[in-house]
Write a protein that binds this ligand. Structure first.
Ligand SMILES: Cc1ncc(COP(=O)(O)O)c(C=O)c1O
Length: 389
C-alpha cells in the first residue's frame, strides 16, 4: 500500500487513489490493529458516542482551528443531511456549478431556492449576491431569510482550488454564509496540511461551516462539520445524520485520531509533516513534467488532483487500457461526469509516490500519449513558465 498494488500477479503503479498522504497503513499498524486486538475484533458497531468520539471531535476542532467540530459516519450524508438542517424555505443557496452530488442533493432536500454560479467565477457569484439583495424573494420581494454559498476546497474533476479569499470577501460584503467542503483539500493543501484555509493563510473563523471527509487524506471513513459551538450544538439536535444514525465505528475513530495526530506532529514523529511536504513536491514535479511533454492539464499548480485532457470520448477507453497494459492504473472520466468533448484522465498524486515511480509513470504516459496523439498543447514549456510567473 504505497502507490503500488499487485494485480493478477504483476505489480502496478496506481495514479488513481485519493489517499493523498498515504498514512493509512502506518496508522493502522500503530493504532487501529492493537485497538481491534485488545477489543477482540468485536467492536465495529456503535450506537452512541463514546469518550473516544468526543476526543476525536475535540482533536478535529483543534486541527481545523475552530471552536467545535462534530463527526458523522458518512461523508456524503454529512452534506446531504446537514445542509437541510441549516437552510430551508425562504433561504437562498448559491452553489458552484461543479459542486459534488452530495452538496447538490443537500441543497435540493433543504427546500431552499437554488441558484448556480459559474465555476470559481467571482463575477458570476457577485452578480447573484447583488441580485439577491436587490430583488429579495420572487413575487413578495421580501429579503431572503439566509443566503448560503456552497463551495469546495479542491474540485475533484477540475483540480481547481477555490478562490477562497475572494469568496470570503464577497460573503462578508453581502452578509451571506459560507459552507466549504474540504473533502479533497483537507490534509492535502497548506503548509500544515490543514486545507485550503491554511493554504491561503486565512482565518478559519471566516468560514461559517467547515465541512470535510475522512475518506481521503485520513484513510478512514466519515465526515465532519466544524465551526462555532452554537453551530455544532444546533446540528447535534437538528441534523438527521446526528439524530437518526449510529455513531462512527470505533476502529474508524481510532484511525482518524491516529492520522490526525500524525499530520499535526502530536504523535512524536515528523512523518505527517514530511508527507504533506512530499505531496506538495510530487504534485509540482508531476504537473511540470506533463506540461513539458505537451499534455494539456487542468487546475491549480498545487492541486494533487491532476486532470489531463483527452477531449475525445473515443480516447477514454483506449488511454485506460493502454496504461493498464503497461502496469499503470489510472482513472478516466467522460460524459456525464464531464462535458462530452472534455473527456480526461484524472491522476491523483500521493506522498507515497517515489520519484522513480513518478518517472516510470510519466514515461509510460508519454509513450501512450504519442500513440494516441493526445499531446495537444502547442506551447509545451512556454505555458509552464507562464504559469510559474
Ligand atoms: C466534494 C465531496 N464531498 C463529499 C464527498 C462524499 O464523501 P464520502 O465519499 O466520504 O462519503 C465526496 C466524495 O468523493 C466529495 O468529493
Amino acid at each position: 500500500v504505497s502507490g503500488r498494488i499487485k494485480s493478477s500477479g504483476s505489480e502496478m503503479i496506481t495514479l488513481y487513489q485519493i489517499l493523498f498522504l498515504f498514512i493509512l497503513t502506518y496508522c493502522y499498524k500503530v493504532n487501529v490493529y492493537p485497538f481491534l486486538y485488545k477489543n477482540k475484533f468485536c467492536f465495529l458497531y456503535c450506537l452512541r458516542n463514546l469518550d473516544r468520539h468526543e476526543e476525536m471531535e475535540e482533536l478535529a476542532a483543534k486541527f481545523l482551528g475552530v471552536e467545535s467540530a462534530m463527526a458523522f459516519g458518512m461523508g456524503f450524508a454529512t452534506n446531504s443531511m446537514n445542509i437541510p438542517a441549516l437552510t430551508g424555505k425562504g433561504c437562498l443557496i448559491l452553489s458552484d456549478e461543479l459542486n459534488h452530488a452530495s452538496l447538490v442533493l443537500g441543497a435540493r432536500l433543504s427546500g431552499s431556492t437554488i441558484r448556480v454560479f459559474k465555476h470559481n467565477n467571482m463575477q458570476s457569484l457577485e452578480k447573484m449576491l447583488r441580485d439577491a439583495i436587490v430583488h429579495g424573494q420572487p413575487r413578495t420581494h421580501r429579503p431572503w431569510k439566509k443566503i448560503l454559498i456552497l463551495v469546495e476546497g479542491i474540485y475533484s474533476m477540475e483540480g481547481s482550488i477555490v478562490r477562497l479569499p475572494e469568496v470570503i470577501a464577497l460573503k462578508k460584503r453581502y452578509r451571506a454564509y459560507l459552507y466549504l467542503d474540504e473533502a479533497h483539500s483537507i490534509g492535502a493543501l497548506g503548509p500544515g496540511g490543514r486545507g485550503v484555509v491554511d493554504y491561503f493563510g486565512l482565518d478559519p473563523r471566516d468560514v461559517d461551516v467547515m465541512m470535510g471527509t475522512f475518506t481521503k487524506s485520513f484513510g478512514a471513513a466519515g465526515g465532519y462539520i466544524g465551526g462555532r459551538r452554537e453551530l455544532t450544538e444546533y446540528l447535534r439536535s437538528h441534523s438527521h445524520s446526528a439524530v437518526y444514525a449510529a455513531s462512527m465505528s470505533p476502529p474508524v475513530v481510532e484511525q482518524i485520531i491516529a492520522s490526525m495526530k500524525c499530520i499535526m506532529g502530536e504523535d512524536g514523529t515528523t512523518l505527517g509533516r514530511d508527507r504533506v511536504q512530499q505531496l506538495a513536491e510530487n504534485t509540482l514535479y508531476f504537473r511540470r513534467r506533463l506540461t513539458e511533454m505537451g499534455f494539456i492539464i487542468y487546475g491549480n499548480n498545487d492541486s494533487p488532483v491532476v486532470p489531463m485532457m483527452l477531449y475525445m470520448p473515443a480516447k477514454i477507453g483506449a488511454f485506460g487500457r493502454e496504461m493498464l497494459k503497461r502496469n499503470i492504473g489510472v482513472v478516466v472520466v467522460g460524459f456525464p461526469a464531464t462535458p462530452i468533448i472534455e473527456s480526461r484522465a484524472r491522476f491523483c498524486i500521493s506522498a507515497a509516490h517515489t520519484k522513480d515511480m513518478l518517472d516510470t509513470a510519466l514515461s509510460v504516459i508519454s509513450e501512450v500519449g504519442d500513440l494516441l496523439q493526445i499531446k495537444y498543447s502547442r506551447h509545451k514549456r512556454l505555458i509552464y513558465d507562464q504559469i510559474q510567473d
